[in-house]
Ligand binder design. Structure first.
Ligand code: ADP
Ligand code: MG
Ligand code: ZN
Length: 482
């Protein structure tokens, strides 16, 4: 029997708050080092923390979205360890300790892989604070520390060991990021560190107890998590097949070399000496507060997909693609608000726009064009100003330059030719030059009509109004009413 892969994830998410977890300092990213600090987040003696209500609300939101049980009281704890990025020498976190549960436990998130839907269990959701950041410059025998990040609100989400492949781990992270973005809990960008993931993985024979696991760290994209896990699965399999044991350890992912390696182990029985934080009252969540939070949760992806299908008469497939990220759905709805042609707008977005984003490895937020400009392009086609053929050139130019479709059309003289007299001349010339196809048309071969229309389009560089060309051709060949 083959081995079964077992994966559990620990995910840290930076919460979308203006201020830190236990003080009023700003969480704004990119400020000069140590300019967003105060006695609390610097851990100066005598400074007292106060819980950020908004951070708790965002944690509750996440707990609800993940179908967790929210505990009426939870308690912060001190996790003690010594490291220079941790000025208090302890991190305020939540912990399962005697009768004190974390903020929320036992939920799930549904994923779909290869058409199969599966529920992945969530063991816990808890709140904690981030540490500062150490910088080790190449020059000089020094290290720097920046405490701007110290005390920034984090949420930790821990899954049960329910994932069965690196692909499922990837699907889980994509789905988690999507719902957290929709719920406005976090920006969820691994590249920027607002979502970080440690992956635990082991192998076993199906039906046997869990095998010895390794924990892989240092992945900076969802794709890297999948790759790191695939590497680790292969490595463990090889060990087991040689009759060797997997060592429980933390391993680091090397993105460039595509391998994991054992890091100096500060391993095993690490004793954090957890104890309740005496400077903070317990977090009390009343049913009323929880209900208020529930009402404030923005529309989630599945609900938005269903609404978009109903409201704009789109198919499930298109709607699913449009809600993939919140920014995409927002772009679509803004464009439709500017010009009510949902089907055409969806087609452009899922066709040319999405191909452009893929090709240039961009996110929709980085597009040069606005929803209003896409709407304008659709209007120009619909009112006959440009042909559908020309519109493809125009959108390519729009995506490149960010110019409005109107200005591109004017600048390049792309306005559709709807002038009957001018088109009649071209139709006449095409008929003279193509006696064969003309005979076919007269013999009743419909396909030949399309060929002749194509010839007219070609001679006008795609600018002729195709419907008008059809009519003129049919009139001239005595086929009216066809
Ligand atoms: P720790 O207390 O060391 O962080 P936990 O028991 O909290 O360990 O588990 C951490 C993560 O590891 C969870 O996501 C859990 O599902 C996962 N996990 C635990 N045991 C295994 C295992 N044998 N194989 C794979 N994942 C595991
Ligand atoms: Mg852990
Ligand atoms: Zn502060």
């Amino acid at each position: 029997m083959d081995y079964e892969t077992v994966i559990g994830l620990e995910i840290h998410v930076q919460l979308l708050t203006q201020s830190k977890m236990f003080c009023g300092c700003s969480t704004r990213f990119g400020a000069p080092p140590n300019t967003q600090t105060c006695p609390v987040c610097l851990g100066l003696p005598g400074a007292l923390p106060v819980i950020n209500r908004r951070a708790v609300e965002l944690g509750l939101r996440a707990a609800l979205v993940l179908h967790c049980t929210v505990h009426p009281t939870s308690q912060f704890h001190r996790k003690n360890y010594y490291y220079p990025d941790l000025p208090k020498n302890y991190q305020i976190s939540q912990y399962q300790y005697l009768e004190h549960p974390p903020l929320a436990t036992d939920g799930y998130l549904e994923i779909e892989v290869d058409g199969q839907r599966r529920r992945v269990g969530i063991r816990r959701v808890h709140l904690e604070e981030d540490t500062g950041k150490l910088v080790h410059p190449e020059e000089g025998n020094v290290s720097w520390v920046d405490y701007n990040r110290s005390g920034v609100p984090l949420m930790e989400i821990v899954t049960y060991p329910d994932l069965r492949s690196p692909q499922e781990a990837r699907a889980f992270l994509l789905k988690l990021r999507q719902v957290l973005q929709y719920a406005e809990v976090s920006t969820g960008r691994m590249e920027e560190g607002t979502l970080r993931c440690d992956a635990n993985v082991s192998l076993r024979r199906p039906g046997e107890p869990l095998g010895v696991r390794t924990e892989v760290k240092n992945m900076n994209s969802i794709r890297s998590v999948e790759r790191a896990l695939a590497y680790e699965v292969a490595r463990q399999r090889e060990l087991l097949e040689r009759g060797e044991a997997v060592v429980q350890e933390t391993r680091h992912w090397d993105e460039r070399r595509g391998v994991t390696f054992a890091s100096r182990s500060k391993e095993e029985a690490e004793d954090y000496r957890y104890f309740p934080e005496p400077d903070l009252v317990p977090v009390e969540v009343t049913p009323e507060w929880l209900e208020e939070v529930r009402r404030g949760v923005p529309e989630l992806p599945d609900a938005r997909r269903d609404r978009i299908m109903a409201q704009y008469a789109l198919g499930r497939y298109d709607a699913e693609l449009l809600v993939q990220t919140r920014a995409t759905a927002d772009f679509f709805e803004a464009a439709v608000a500017a010009h009510p042609s949902p089907k055409a707008i969806a087609n452009w977005m899922l066709g040319e726009v999405s191909a452009y984003l893929n090709e240039h490895n961009l996110e929709i937020e980085q597009l040069r064009i606005t929803p209003a400009q896409l709407a304008e392009l659709v209007r120009l086609v619909e009112d006959g100003t440009i042909s559908g053929r020309i519109a493809k050139d125009v959108i390519a130019e729009m995506l490149q330059t960010g110019d409005s479709p109107r200005s591109i059309v004017d600048r390049q003289g792309l306005v559709q030719i709807s002038d009957e007299a001018a088109l009649r001349e071209t139709v006449e010339a095409v008929i003279q030059d193509n006696p064969g196809p003309v005979r076919d048309v007269l013999a009743g071969k419909e396909k030949a009509v399309a060929f002749l229309v194509g010839q007219v389009m070609r001679r006008t560089q795609g600018r002729a109004n195709p419907a008008l060309v059809q009519r003129l051709l049919r009139e001239r060949l005595g086929l009216l009413g066809g």
